[in-house]
Design a protein around this ligand. Sequence first.
Ligand SMILES: [Zn+2]
Ligand SMILES: [Zn+2]
Length: 270
Amino acid sequence: MKIHALTTGTVSVKQSFLYPASGVRRQLNLFLPDAWSKPLPIHCWAIEHDGLLRLVDTGATTNTQDVVFARMSVSGDQELPGALAAAGLSLEDVSEVVLTHHHGDHVDGLPHVHAPVRISDVELDFVATTFPRLMRRILRQPLPSGFAPEPFALDSGPFGAFARSRALSDDGRIIAVATPGHTPGHISVICVDDAGRHVMLAGDATDSLEQLHALRADAVGPDVKVHVATLEAIRSHCAQHATVYLPSHDPDSAKRLAGAVTSAETAPVT
Ligand SMILES: [Zn+2]
Ligand SMILES: [Zn+2]
């Protein structure tokens, strides 16, 4: 198994996004002037395994809109075809795409892809509800044209510390686990690598490893308690299994993947 970090540009976010206030100000502050972070990567991931090439997310494009708390920087050659080519891979070889959640910086590369696309059934149902529809209008962040992923249920029972999971590969070494919080149907993908480590492609479960250790819910998830319960599950999974924890926007994710650095080696998980 070989896992590649693909980088489709960068995003800068407000401090109120990375370090949200509590109560009503958690989301309100996103709309107020604030300091901006340094550029953070917009990763998606390619997994070579068993003769197949799977993608987890498709990254951002030049069409991905800035929002009031996030500024994108993406050039044409950073979009999915160029990001794959930089890793020595080709779009034509992609056999399947799995989406962690429906946000633009994870799905806007979909028009490049000619392979089956899957998303959790809970996330697909959520996409169609009033609140995210309204937010897409307000934030002027439409879904990419032709957005029609196939839903799948996380009905294979628990995996490690996660209550709900679904094997994505026949040999069970690539597993989707339910990580609700950032969005209600958010999933992460765990790859059991050749050394037996769990490489966790976390999506936006957190923005950084530090946020995981701090058990800090993010500024945009609809339910803080649900998010914190997911962070506790991830921490407990990391304590049970050597886990390389890779959020999509963590500036250290690519380094941790390259060095196979586990969460426990980076900071104590208690
Ligand atoms: Zn997101
Ligand atoms: Zn994101």
